[in-house]
Design a protein around this ligand. Structure first.
Ligand SMILES: Cc1cc2nc3c(=O)[nH]c(=O)nc-3n(C[C@H](O)[C@H](O)[C@H](O)COP(=O)(O)OP(=O)(O)OC[C@H]3O[C@@H](n4cnc5c(N)ncnc54)[C@H](O)[C@@H]3O)c2cc1C
Length: 592
């Protein structure tokens, strides 16, 4: 069973991602390390003792639908109520609406733990947090006063309604429509698919954020508006009123995250109410809906990245525990009686260390991204730098973490042998759950395009260059430290950084020359190259940290393992980026 790695999480937050420095510099108000530790321990306890035990039933039973009513798996309703009673939903929300205004770094760490406990369960608050953010940033005062207190407490949950059958990655073609009403509200019509936690029985009201088009809107992405559409209308005194004209038509049958209801939502077909059309209120300005959604998308993408880290952590724990117990054959040097535990076999050790290194690397990337977001919110002079740093790291955090989530979960099955393929062990669930994360919240292919075409050019390439310079400083510090324990780490880091730098320069020159097709051909390998290089450097940063927790030798050993076993891939990736486009174009006719 999953046990939250609270010490590892706290270490990464404080000593790799920059939380301790931010606290020392007085950038996070009253927050001190003691409070951080207390919050992490309590979140870890809840995730390990209360969420994780209900993950399996959630997977087996799944969410169920009958006559438009969706029932969550046994025990989940109470679990959700207990979770919101702990105040977890409002960690980062404004104190004006009952939140705790804590840094994103803490919320991201807590999200990791909720998702390790059960990703399907954690999706519910993840979507609510996104809705809170969008309403906080763009909603009118009236919308904020009416909806934020109950969303922040978690009594009501939130959703994001973007996708339609013909509009997924390209939202410009969405068809849901909105009509103006005389009182300033709108009526919404249309169908949305794949809406996470779109209907359920865990909360009293569900607040849908819906993208739709006004009759006189320009075509494409410039003609999309964002509306707040509650399941139940809210009376002036805050009590719940009539049912709005929307319902869940069906639930999807999915590969994983069975406990999370994935809903087809119908707006405005006249099932509820005297007049057709679900009543909604504009969030932000007309035709600026996509921009409003993008405000929250950075954090939502990071939250999905946390799902990758979370699954990787849980899968690694399960694999290590199994490998300690399962005995087969005799490992080289095994002196015990009978067969050795499989954890003694070098190939199994390789798998487990790969899982650990990728998990910790992805965690460090994601927490660093959250740190940049916090700094962007609070710092003064260097606000632009931190905004750009968060923007640069977000696609890498989302894509690298979710890709390694799948890889690590798959390795976890391999460590279990045949038992990994059998549902009973639970290793298979991690792979099934992990598989959606590279797809939703912008596929990882779309993240790569975002990274290459929008994020690398920030400040004319200045932001990515300053990040690479920081990575070089870490490599230099490794080189200047005890070289014996670090083995070839410094050399491997130097090589990876050079690969990243060369590939980055290549992109910047291709984009400057308007050679977009070639640039897009190499975007995904570049994204992995970026993630792997960050992994090596962040593991090294942790290994160099001056702490007395007795784990320094382990950190150096894991860092060295990653540098000498995983980072060799960066050279091949650089070569693919720089030289792969022509052959890709030439082979295209094969697919005709
Ligand atoms: C379980 C689940 C939960 C979801 N939850 C929600 C939710 O709560 N709210 C919501 O609105 N949506 C939700 N979605 C939808 C999800 O966000 C979309 O599935 C996702 O954005 C991809 O869109 P698509 O499925 O239409 O794939 P497509 O856009 O058709 O993409 C198919 C493939 O083509 C590639 N591709 C597409 N366009 C480009 C391009 N321009 N350049 C390069 N490659 C491209 C993609 O990367 C992908 O590999 C959910 C989906 C699932 C399965």
């Amino acid at each position: 069973m999953y046990k939250a790695p609270v010490e590892e999480i706290a270490f990464t937050l404080k000593h790799v991602a920059g939380l301790a420095q931010a606290i020392d510099d007085g950038l996070l108000g009253d927050l001190g390390e003691d409070l951080v530790d207390a919050i992490l321990h309590e979140a870890g306890r809840f995730a390990s003792d209360e969420i994780a035990p209900l993950a399996e039933i959630g997977d087996r039973q799944g969410a169920r639908i009958s006559d438009g009513k969706v029932t969550t798996p046994d025990g989940w309703r109470d679990l959700y109520r207990n979770w919101i009673a702990g105040g977890w939903n409002g960690l980062t929300a404004s104190e004006d609406f009952g939140g705790q205004a804590l840094p994103h770094m803490l919320n991201v760490a807590a999200l990791e733990m909720w998702n390790s406990g059960s990703m399907a369960f954690a999706l519910c608050p993840t979507l609510t947090m996104g809705a809170i953010e969008a309403i906080s940033a763009h909603g009118s005062d009236a919308l904020k006063q009416t909806y934020l207190p109950k969303l922040v407490s978690g009594e009501w949950t939130g959703t994001m309604n973007l996708t339609e059958p013909h509009a997924g990655s390209d939202l410009g073609v969405l068809k849901a429509r909105a009509e103006r009403r005389d009182d300033g509200s709108y009526r919404i019509f249309g169908q949305k698919i794949f809406i996470t936690w779109g209907e359920h029985d865990a909360a009293d009201n569900i607040i849908h954020l819906v993208l739709a088009r006004l009759p006189d809107a320009p075509s494409g992405t410039r003609g999309i508006s964002l509306f707040l559409v509650p399941k139940f209308l809210v009376n002036e005194d805050g009590s719940l009123g009539a049912r709005n004209d929307l319902f869940c038509h069906a639930l999807e049958h999915k590969l994983g995250i069975h406990g999370s209801p994935t809903c087809t939502m119908i707006y405005g077909d006249g099932r509820f109410g005297a007049e057709k059309g679900a009543i909604g209120w504009l969030v932000g300005e007309e035709n600026k809906g996509l921009a409003c959604m993008f405000t929250m998308m950075n954090n939502a993408r990071l939250a999905v990245g946390m799902q990758g880290v979370a699954i990787a952590e849980a899968a690694t724990q399960k694999a290590v525990a199994y490998a300690r117990e399962r005995t087969q054959g005799k490992a080289p040097g095994w002196a015990g009686a009978g067969m050795s535990p499989i954890i003694e076999h070098p190939d199994v050790i390789r798998m487990l260390l790969t899982m650990k290194a990728l998990t910790q690397g992805a965690r460090a990337i994601a927490y660093s991204c959250a740190h940049a977001t916090d700094m962007a919110h609070r710092a003064g002079d260097d606000k632009k730098h931190w905004q750009e740093r968060a923007a640069l790291l977000t696609p890498v955090a989302k894509s690298f973490a979710t890709d390694i989530g799948v890889d690590v979960a798959s390795l976890g099955i391999q460590v279990h042998g045949g038992m990994g393929f059998i549902e009973e062990t639970g290793a298979a669930r991690y792979l099934r759950d992990a598989r959606i994360a590279p797809i939703y919240e912008g596929t990882n292919g779309i993240q790569a395009i975002d990274l290459v075409t929008r994020k690398l050019p920030l400040s004319d390439g200045g932001e990515v260059k300053s990040m690479i310079a920081e990575l070089q400083e870490i490599a230099d510090r490794v080189g200047a430290s005890n070289a014996e324990n670090f083995g070839a780490t410094a050399n491997r880091l130097n090589a990876a950084i050079t690969d990243l730098e060369e590939a980055t320069d290549w992109f910047l020159s291709q984009l400057a020359a308007g050679n977009v097709a070639d640039a897009l051909s190499g975007a995904t390998p570049y994204q992995r190259l970026f993630g792997l290089t960050l992994t090596g450097c962040y593991l090294a940063n942790g290994a160099l940290a001056d702490t007395d927790d007795g784990k320094a030798a382990d950190r150096i050993a894991l860092c060295r393992f990653a540098a000498e076993n995983l980072l060799a891939e960066t050279t091949a990736l650089r070569d693919t980026v720089v030289n792969g486009a022509a052959s890709l174009a030439a082979a295209r006719s094969i697919l005709a």
